[in-house]
Design a protein around this ligand. Sequence first.
Ligand SMILES: [Fe+2]
Length: 151
Amino acid sequence: MTTPYKHWTIDDLPWDKIDRSKVSPDLLKVIKAAALVEYGADSYADYLCKVFANDPEFQALARSWAVEEVQHGKALGLWAEKIDPSWSMDKAMAKFRAGYTPDHFTGDIDKSVRGSRSAEMVARCMVETGRTEGNLQAHRRRRIPSLQTFL
Ligand SMILES: [Fe+2]
């Protein structure tokens, strides 16, 4: 008998195990930045759906991926707010979006700004590879023992 998959929720995370003493200021900055980028995944998915306008299967995957990424952003943002109560994810996100909204996210576009669909996916893979390496480095240094739960 298989147990049905239950998608994680932010409330499932072990918030009571956060130890501020193990978080460096540099790491906090990285997590705040990651929270903003991940929370903005819905805008990137909108862009991908324009680039892959004739591929509904890919669009569905992009939308599903974005839902997960936005949840990561919310979790990371909440974690950062618990470490730094003076920081507000909502305020930071509003400021981030006001200062960074690429034209290809809002404009009427039907091609990747990377030159091709393949180049778009290669760019995506490079971002994910870099982020994964950063996550591994943070875990290895054990600066945030439970961060793996959040990523
Ligand atoms: Fe993520």
